[in-house]
Design a protein around this ligand. Structure first.
Ligand SMILES: NC(=O)c1ccc[n+]([C@@H]2O[C@H](COP(=O)([O-])OP(=O)(O)OC[C@H]3O[C@@H](n4cnc5c(N)ncnc54)[C@H](O)[C@@H]3O)[C@@H](O)[C@H]2O)c1
Ligand SMILES: O=C(O)C1=N[C@H](C(=O)O)CCC1
Length: 269
């Protein structure tokens, strides 16, 4: 047991944080050695198992990430952009693999993560599920096979608490479609249409976001031409798919060279 890689979960009280704690503890492949929450959170100081409403598991929630990371071989981080940037520097300092599931990261955040990845292994993906990563590959292949007579639209739906749009997954799918077409997503992207938009421009990749209820995550990639449509769809019904992917990434990252990786590397897709 003591030989198993030790993992710290950040944002441990969150929707994904709690799912990760359960997944790691049940896995038999890793040990939970730390649970981090933001300073002032009322779970700080409590046993994470008890705080989640179950039996105590001997890991107290802390607001001191560096102290927690120093004991770990990996950090799994599904929090928020500002926190993830801070954790990237600290995980690199502790030489722990940093698995980043946080979405909504902008260029300035990504630059700091790149800097951390010069010293440590970082695995980052907007979606850690096997199904979505397969869908990304399929999207790229279909986009490469079809010309711009086929309009690409990405429609995503998530729960009412989600704070970023388009979703990280939608951006992965959009990037895959752009790559397949040999264009830059920044040039082709059309997101958040409203008002008198004018007709759709040829070659655009459109994004639309639905937010409501407890939707875990749904993504359609629509290729629409005159007279026919091809629709690729992924429906997540359980956050465990993301947590399993993240744990797999944390284990895969052990012994890899410093650098930035994604779930395609982990899954060998
Ligand atoms: N990549 C994937 O597969 C995947 C899957 C699901 C969710 N996500 C992303 O993961 C992130 C979290 O999603 P969620 O639904 O769990 O959100 P959530 O709001 O339920 O949880 C986020 C947690 O992070 C904590 N946090 C924020 N700042 C912190 C800090 N400085 N230190 C420690 N903890 C801090 C919050 O207190 C909260 O408990 C989002 O960006 C979401 O889009 C990614
Ligand atoms: O619940 C979320 O938030 C999710 N975020 C990721 C995204 O932005 O694509 C993955 C799906 C769930």
């Amino acid at each position: 047991m003591a030989d198993l890689p030790g993992i710290v979960v950040t944002g441990a009280s969150g929707r994904m944080g709690q799912m990760l704690v359960r997944t790691i503890v049940a896995s038999g492949k890793a040990r939970l050695v730390g649970a981090v929450e933001r300073a002032g959170h009322d779970w700080v100081g409590r046993d994470i198992g008890a705080a989640m409403g179950g039996a105590a598991i001997g890991v107290a929630v802390t607001d001191d990430p560096l102290e927690a990371f120093a004991k770990a071989q990996a950090v799994i981080d599904f929090t928020a952009p500002a926190a993830t940037v801070e954790f990237a520097a600290l995980a690199a300092q502790a030489r722990a693999v940093h698995v980043i599931g946080t979405t909504g990261l902008e260029a300035a955040h990504l630059a700091k993560i790149d800097a951390a990845a010069r010293h440590a292994v970082v695995v980052r993906a907007g979606n850690m599920s096997l199904g979505v990563n397969l869908l990304v590959r399929l999207t790229q292949k279909i986009a490469a096979a079809l010309d711009e007579d086929w309009d690409v639209e990405i429609v995503e739906a998530h729960h009412r608490m989600k704070v970023d749009a388009p979703s990280g997954t939608a951006l992965m799918l959009g990037r895959a479609a752009a790559e397949g077409r040999g264009v830059d997503l920044d040039d082709a992207m059309d997101s958040g249409r409203h008002g008198i938009t004018g007709a759709r421009k040829r070659g655009q990749i459109g994004f639309a976001a639905v937010r409501g209820g407890d939707i875990v995550g749904e993504h359609d990639v629509i290729f629409a031409a005159d007279g026919e449509r091809v629709i690729l769809r992924h429906v997540a019904t359980d956050r465990a798919i993301f947590a399993r992917g993240a744990l797999r990434a944390a284990l895969w990252g052990q012994g890899q060279k410093p650098g930035q990786y994604d779930m395609m590397d982990v899954l060998g897709l």
